[in-house]
Design a protein around this ligand. Structure first.
Ligand code: GRF
Length: 202
């Protein structure tokens, strides 16, 4: 029988622990989808090794290598079409997607962010810095947000968050470790719900 599972392209730039969580979820069945392509903005990123270890095709995409953002978008769309990608999951991807890709995949692109948006998002808000800012704010809770992606960093509709308490003795590293643990549980679950059509989209 033909495999009709939705095909997800994962965009990553770093360690790829969320990519791994998504791969694992497709294996254990919590995510009924196929990770069909991994797009990285860096050639030497551990995420591409994780993909290769699983036999998943990888490609490097650098918007600045293209003559214009429009051409970059067309190139990427061609690649996504070649791989018959239905959904895009950003997982630690450090660049904005070309607008043409956002338009074509609108409501089928998600991102995971390591804080409770709309707070602590936007350009430059990534990695350890996010947790430093959360701790400096005195907020009593943090946790990941999964949201739809539009043309602006961390701006699209929030689909779900997983709230955890911030402890008085937390450091950016201890908080980051507890947040990412939640990310790995939340992300596959939200993607499955999006695929199922369980979110009311505008
Ligand atoms: C995660 O904290 C995610 O929220 C953010 O980038 C980080 C990626 O980590 N968008 P990893 O590469 O998945 O380990």
């Amino acid at each position: 029988m033909e495999d009709t599972k939705p095909r997800v392209g994962v965009f990553a730039s770093g360690a790829g622990s969320n990519l791994q969580a998504l791969i694992d979820a497709t294996i254990d069945g919590t995510l009924a989808a196929e990770i069909a392509l991994v797009v990285s903005s860096k050639r030497k990123a551990y995420c591409t090794e994780r993909a290769a270890a699983q036999g998943i095709e990888t490609m490097v995409f650098k918007i600045k290598k293209h003559p214009s953002p429009e051409e970059a978008g067309d190139y990427l769309l061609t690649k996504l079409k070649e791989h018959r990608i239905d959904y895009i999951a950003l997982a630690g991807y450090l660049s904005l997607l070309p607008a043409g890709v956002v338009q074509v995949f609108r409501d089928r692109i998600v991102n995971i962010h390591p804080a409770l948006l709309p707070k602590y998002g936007g350009k430059g808000m990534y990695g350890r810095h996010v947790h430093e800012v959360v701790l400096a704010s005195g907020d009593r809770e943090s946790g990941p947000t999964v949201h739809l992606v539009d043309e602006i960093y961390d701006n699209g509709k929030v689909l779900e968050q997983a709230k955890i308490p911030v402890r008085s003795d937390d450091t950016p590293d201890t908080l980051a470790a507890r947040v990412i643990e939640q990310e790995h549980k939340l992300y596959p679950r939200v993607i499955q719900k999006l695929i199922n059509g369980e979110y009311a989209l505008d």
